[in-house]
Write a protein that binds this ligand. Sequence first.
Ligand SMILES: [Zn+2]
Length: 325
Amino acid sequence: MVKKHRKFPIAILMLEALLRRLHPQHPSRAKIKFDLRVRRSGYYGETQLDYHMAHLPRKNHYIFHDLRLPLTNKDFFQIDSLLLSSSYFMIYEAKNHAGTLTFEEQQMLQTYEGYTESYPNPIVQAENQQYHMEKFIGKHFGFTLPGTSFVVVTNPSSIIKFATHYEQIASRKVIRPLAIRQKSEGFWDHHPIPLLSHANLQKLCRLLLKLHTPLNTNIFKTFDVKKSDILPGVFCSNCQSLSMARVFGTWKCRRCRYLDKHAHIPALADYYLLNGDTITNRQLRQFLQLDSVTVATNLLGALRLPFDGTFKDRKYYLSLERLRN
Ligand SMILES: [Zn+2]
């Protein structure tokens, strides 16, 4: 049973919004594009993991995708997927890198399109997560469960290699998605005895969900972008230019004359992703490049957003679910 599903990463949506609204010549664009590519690839790999874990034989298992748990009050550890039972736990770390991946003790080398890049050894990463998970359970229950961890290479076209002296260890830890079932069942068979009572297992599940802390990245700081670098305005969905103007109750493209009554909705989604979940009448006018307070009030009213404050300093609460449907 899946206790925690993986959500589409908001960071990807934030970076897409940032790229849309950054000047074509902005010096940070290349770095943002690269980061976006890595994140999209990583997320795709994780969904492959989810797919194969969803097809594991049904037992009394609880599955948590994308968990970020506290180590101390400021440090965290992150797990791609956790499988938990009353007898054991298993950690799966997805890697979706392309090219040839060589696992060495100290690093993983990716050779792709003629370049070689070094990454931390994912086997050790997954073993560290396992170690932290053991400690986490130990801290709350006074004893721990046996655990194991696997690195799942999800990119079907990548080639897996092992350094000679490391092959014996690494080849047992690095698997393809198709081997998830076989490897998992092998571990289950070795640990048949329940160690946690049903009540304590439920307690552990609740604790994991309660302590999960999503990562909030400040994309402006990370990519050295100023708020003033963000281009305001409303995009035309026909010619993709930032040239919609408000005319007679609709939006009209100054470039291709396309009409779209709802063109401000994706603009407000961008506002949400880049500025946060509250907006005032003045902020909306600035972002949508509107002059009229009344038009802004009407647009906000039509969205039926919850709000705080009196009319003059009213703060409206945006939600992505509402703006993206
Ligand atoms: Zn247009």
